[in-house]
Design a protein around this ligand. Structure first.
Ligand code: NAP
Length: 538
């Protein structure tokens, strides 16, 4: 690899500065090292793992099966690692990611406990100056944001938030030493995936648990278990084929996706299909019929099935009715649980509906709703994330002519392929808005982005070029295409974090791109046409 562009100042120099040591940043570092480049990761946390480093709440585990939720870039790695359960727990995933960091000797190029505060493009030099919270500065030709899609926590600005006298936790920033809720009165705010996983476990410990629900979620049983050795052997015998087949699936994961319409089969057949998927468990429920995410009537059949399941599990009919969601299934991210609905049969668990009567305030004693105060020893905010853009916009990113990313994205993120945004040359985002990211198995999406970015950096460097930057027409066309695809589906039909609707004041823009295989094809075509839609400059 020829030398990258020359340094502009006496700052320490890198070819590539990487922000974040989650799955994306780690593989990026590994790939760049293989190209002989000088790369370094700056990571706010004290260890590797990104989302799996921070989300240590009780019950945290992945909702993609472990044989798929892992790297595939190294066959030795995927052959030697043994997952113990169908859905891996957070501690097991963290062990895996630490194993990867050790196996590929990545730690020596990672600065932990180092939050990047700004990244500023120097137009004259064609380089980025990256500054950390500690005031350390480096100059890098390229900057790769591997900051994660669900890493910036959302803590609603409830009146009196800081007045609470008890213990306060957010699921996305859980204490490393864990929390013992034994004998405590606990309030959980939120009923998304994080709450749905933690509520059954907190309920077993707490004296009294109250769940504050604004929108009821659909959740499918995980039916988690140990993985049968024969299943592992069968997958490992053809791991490459298994991965390749899954990458051809719409979400890049094996949902056993059917193309049949839910409206064109008999009622009995439809019921059998839903029941089979419910019994097998997990997100593959959404693969039951090809039109579930396109046709409201089709979707309503799935909604009806799940609501009947809730009614059959929750003994108190009034409570079952409150827990029954009314929105489109899958429009907000479908959840996967172990005993969530059944937890509401426990005498120590209560549900407070804050959909119509919102939380008024957090008080020194607890939570106030509709004039009534609920007293707690501990409050758990399971209120999610400022998804996809939050972590990027927390960094003061300045591109050409001092344009900030905040200014550029004031009305929502605009990117070309979710990889670059005009005005910010040589800056890449791994699984950025406008890419399939959160609507896929994150691991293959991350690997596809890392490999694309590494090839691109190599292309630029090996031709002695200085910069690569998306062009305005390419970005505009891509944004329009992302929206066009989304608008053909039911996704824009509810207040999801995919749309930024969970964060007050956030622009309402559908952020992920729907469809992994066509996306990969498009990225490959762009390269085959000499980085079509990008401007390369020397
Ligand atoms: P989330 O899905 O955004 O859920 C946040 C919850 O907090 C929602 O129920 C939301 O209600 C509620 N909420 C937010 N602001 C509120 C307010 N002001 N008053 C009352 N309630 C409020 O967040 P999450 O559960 O952390 O999950 C986020 C994503 O992370 C998931 O969708 C998934 O992609 C990922 N995740 C995955 C796993 C897994 O692999 N199993 C586990 C956890 C998380 P509304 O619905 O009304 O907004």
């Amino acid at each position: 690899m020829p030398a990258m562009s020359e340094q502009s100042s006496d700052l320490p120099t890198l070819d590539v500065a990487i922000v974040g040591a989650g799955f994306g940043g780690l593989y990026m570092l590994h790939k760049l090292r293989q190209l002989g480049l000088r790369a370094r990761i700056f990571e706010a946390g004290g260890g590797v793992g990104g989302t799996w480093y921070w989300n240590r709440y009780p019950g945290a585990r992945c909702d993609v099966v472990s044989m798929e939720y892992s790297y595939q870039f190294s066959d030795e790695l995927q052959q030697e690692w043994e997952w113990s359960e169908r859905y891996a727990t957070q501690p097991e995933i963290l062990r895996y990611v630490n194993h990867v960091a050790d196996r590929f000797d990545l730690r020596k190029d990672i600065e932990f406990n180092t939050r990047v505060s700004s990244a500023v493009f120097d137009e004259a030099a064609g380089r980025w100056t990256v500054t950390t919270g500690q005031g350390q500065r480096v100059s890098a030709q390229f900057c790769v944001m591997a900051t994660g899609c669900l890493s910036s926590t959302n803590l609603p600005d409830f009146p009196g938030l800081d007045s609470f006298r008890g213990e306060r936790y957010h699921t996305g920033q859980w204490p490393h030493e864990g929390v013992d809720f034994t004998g405590k009165r606990v309030g959980v705010i939120g009923t998304g995936s994080s709450a749905i996983q933690s509520v059954p476990i907190i309920a077993q410990q707490a004296a009294q648990l109250t769940v504050f629900q604004r929108t009821a979620s659909y959740t499918i049983p995980a039916h988690n278990s140990a993985i049968a050795p024969a299943e592992v052997q069968a997958i490992k015998a053809d791991y490459r084929g298994f991965r390749e087949r899954n990458k051809q699936q719409p979400f890049g994961v094996d949902f056993r996706s059917s193309k049949a319409s839910a409206l064109e089969v008999s009622v009995e057949e439809r019921e059998r299909e839903y029941e089979d998927r419910w019994q097998r468990g997990g997100l593959a429920f959404l693969g039951a019929f090809g039109d579930l995410l396109f046709n409201r009537e089709a979707n309503a059949t799935a909604a009806d099935f799940i609501r009947r399941k809730i009614a059959s599990i929750v003994r108190d009919p009034a409570l079952a009715a409150k827990l029954a969601p009314t929105q489109i299934v899958g429009c907000k991210r479908l959840c996967v649980d172990t005993g969530y609905y059944d937890t509401f049969n426990r005498p120590n668990v209560a549900l407070v509906d804050v959909g119509e009567t919102p939380i008024e305030a957090i008080t020194p004693a607890g939570v106030k709703v509709g004039g009534q105060e609920y007293a707690f020893d501990c409050l758990v905010f399971a209120t999610g994330f400022d998804a996809m853009t939050g972590a990027l916009l927390k960094i003061d990113v300045r591109g050409r002519a001092g344009l900030t990313l905040q200014q550029k994205w004031a009305e929502g993120p605009r990117t070309y392929l979710g990889l670059q945004t005009v005005g910010f040359p040589n800056l890449f985002t791994i699984t950025g808005p406008g890419s399939p990211s959160v609507l896929t198995n994150m691991l293959p999406s991350i690997e596809q982005h890392v490999e694309w970015i590494a090839d691109c950096i190599h292309y630029v460097g090996s031709r002695g070029l200085r910069t690569i930057e998306a062009t305005q027409p390419a970005e505009d066309a891509w944004v329009e295409h992302v929206n066009g695809v989304a608008n053909q589906t039911l996704y824009p039909g509810c207040n999801s974090w995919y749309l930024g609707a969970n964060v007050p004041g956030k622009p309402r823009v559908f952020m992920p791109y729907i469809g992994f295989p066509p996306y990969v094809q498009k990225c490959n075509e762009v390269v085959a046409k000499g980085y079509e839609g990008f401007r390369l400059a020397s």
